[in-house]
Design a binder for this molecule. Structure first.
Ligand code: XIL
Length: 425
C-alpha cells in the first residue's frame, strides 16, 4: 500500500477511536431532570473556531449567552434593537437540541451608556424596563425554557441589603416585583429566576435573599427559581460542601427550582497537576450535590474551555477554572464529572435479567454489589432518571424487591456527595 494511504488509514482509525470514546457526551449521561449547560461566549460568534461548536454540542444539552442578551447588546441605543447574536444563539440551540436559558433582563452591569446616563424618572425607568422585557420575551416566546429576570440585586455587605443599583436608586425596591410581573405577563410559560453569587451556601446574604424572595412570593410575585452562580475558588472543603447542601435544601423546601448557573472553579497560580486533580474532586462533589436534590434543574458552567474564560481578566492570579484545557482536551475536572455520571453500581436482585443489549446500550461497567445495600448505614432513597423518588429504605421494608429493573440514582442522605448510578436487575 502506498505510504500516503497507510497514513490516511491510521488517521481514520485514530479519528474513529477518538470520536468513539466520546460517542456519549456528558449530556447523554445526565438524568432527565438535570441538564448540563455552558455559557456560549464571543468565540461562537467569531465563527472560525469549529472545535468550539463541536465540543459544545457534543457535551452539553443547555446553553446560555455569556453576554449577548445583556442590555448593551440588545438595545445599544434607545429603541434601537440588535437581535442578530441572540437569534444566532437560539438557532444554534435549536439545531443541536439544546435547552435555552436566558441571561439576563435586569442587572446593574452590562447596561448601555444611554441608560446609565439618561437621568430617567421612576416612571420612565419602569416604562423602559417593561418595554425591554416585553420586547425580548415576546420575540423569543417558546424558545427559552427559563430566564434570569433579575441578577445580583443584593449586596454582600451589609448583610445582603439591596444593592444601590441604577434600578434601585431610580425605581425603588419594588423594581424586582415589577420585573418579575412584566416577565410573567410577557411569557406565562417561562420559568423565572433570581440569580446571584455568594448565596450558594448559608450566610447573611443567602438568608437575606431567601427572605426577600419569599416575601415577594407571598405578595404573589411569580419567582420560580433561584440561580446559584457558583464561581468558586479551588478546594471546596467538607464544611463548605455541607453548607452548600443545606442551603440548597432550604431553598428547595421553600419551593424554588435551583440552577447552578455559572459554575467555574478557579485555580490560584501556578496551576499544577495536583491542583487540577483537586479541581476534579471539587467539580464532582458539586455535581453529586446537584444529583442528590431533585430541585436542581441545571448544572451550567460559565464557559467550558480555559481557552475562553472571564476568570483571568477579572480575578488576577487565577485561571484554568473550566473542564477543558486550551486545546479542548478534557481536564481531570471533565473526567471526574464523567466518572460520577458513568460509574454504575450493579445490583442484581435475582428476580430479573436485563438483556445484554440493554447492558451494552447503557455502557454498563458492572461493579458487583450484592452486599452493597446491606452495608449502607445512612437513610437512602432511589430516584429515577426523571428525578422522582421511587423508594426509600425509611418507608419501604424490602425496597429492592419492589423495584422494576432499570437505572436509578442512589442517594445517600447526609453523606458527602452521596449520589451513585445504580442499575437494578
Ligand atoms: C461576565 C462575562 O463572563 C464577561 O465576559 C463580561 O465582561 C462581564 O460579565 N456574573 C454574571 C455574569 O451574572 O453575567 C458575568 O459574566 C459573570 C458574573
Amino acid at each position: 500500500m502506498h505510504t500516503n494511504k497507510i497514513w490516511l488509514l491510521f488517521l481514520g482509525i485514530f479519528f474513529i477511536a477518538t470520536s468513539m470514546s466520546y460517542a456519549q457526551g456528558l449530556k447523554d449521561l445526565m438524568p432527565e431532570r438535570l441538564t448540563i449547560g455552558a455559557a456560549l461566549g464571543a468565540a461562537y460568534y467569531a465563527g472560525n473556531d469549529t472545535l468550539y461548536r463541536q465540543v459544545l454540542a457534543r457535551e452539553f444539552n443547555e446553553v446560555v449567552a455569556e453576554n449577548e442578551l445583556k442590555w448593551y447588546q440588545l438595545q445599544p441605543l434607545p429603541g434601537v434593537w440588535d437581535f442578530s447574536k441572540a437569534d444566532s444563539l437560539v438557532a444554534f440551540a435549536g439545531r443541536n437540541g439544546m435547552r435555552l436559558h436566558g441571561h439576563v433582563l435586569v442587572w446593574h452591569q452590562g447596561l448601555p451608556n444611554w441608560l446609565q446616563q439618561g437621568n430617567f424618572t421612576r416612571s420612565q425607568m419602569l416604562g423602559l424596563l417593561k418595554t425591554h422585557i416585553d420586547t425580548v420575551l415576546k420575540r423569543y416566546r417558546g424558545s427559552f425554557a427559563s430566564f434570569d429576570v433579575v441578577n445580583e440585586a443584593f449586596d454582600d455587605q451589609p448583610n445582603g441589603s439591596y444593592r444601590r443599583s441604577i434600578w434601585f436608586n431610580t425605581i425603588g425596591r419594588d423594581y424586582l416585583d415589577s420585573a418579575f410581573v412584566y416577565a410573567h405577563r410577557a411569557d406565562p410559560s417561562l420559568k423565572l429566576y433570581y440569580n446571584d453569587y455568594n448565596i450558594e451556601w448559608i450566610n447573611a446574604k443567602s438568608d437575606s435573599v431567601r427572605l426577600r424572595l419569599n416575601q415577594m412570593r407571598q405578595r404573589g410575585v411569580p419567582v420560580h427559581g433561584v440561580g446559584f452562580q457558583g464561581h468558586f475558588i479551588l478546594n471546596l472543603n467538607n464544611g463548605f460542601l455541607n453548607s452548600l447542601r443545606q442551603n440548597l435544601n432550604r431553598f428547595a423546601q421553600a419551593g424554588y427550582e435551583i440552577r447552578y448557573s455559572e459554575v467555574d472553579i478557579r485555580i490560584p497560580a501556578p496551576t499544577t497537576q495536583a491542583k487540577l486533580l483537586t479541581q476534579g474532586r471539587d467539580y464532582s462533589n458539586l455535581l453529586r450535590i446537584s444529583l442528590a436534590n431533585n430541585a436542581v434543574k441545571s448544572f451550567t458552567l460559565w464557559g467550558f474551555t480555559d481557552r475562553y474564560s472571564w476568570i483571568p481578566g477579572f480575578f488576577s492570579g487565577f485561571d484554568d477554572a473550566l473542564i477543558f484545557d486550551r486545546n479542548y482536551q478534557p481536564k481531570p475536572a471533565y473526567d471526574s464529572l464523567r466518572a460520577v455520571l458513568q460509574t454504575i453500581t450493579h445490583l442484581p436482585t435475582g428476580q430479573h435479567e436485563l438483556s445484554s443489549a440493554t447492558k451494552k446500550a447503557i455502557g454498563l461497567t458492572p461493579l458487583q454489589a450484592k452486599t452493597w445495600l446491606s452495608q449502607q448505614t445512612k437513610p437512602w432513597r432511589l430516584v429515577n432518571l426523571q428525578g422522582k423518588t421511587i423508594v426509600s429504605n425509611q418507608k419501604t421494608p424490602n425496597p429492592i424487591e419492589t423495584l422494576k429493573p432499570g437505572l436509578y440514582w442512589f442517594i445517600e442522605e447526609g453523606r458527602e456527595g452521596g449520589a451513585v448510578r445504580l442499575l437494578v436487575e
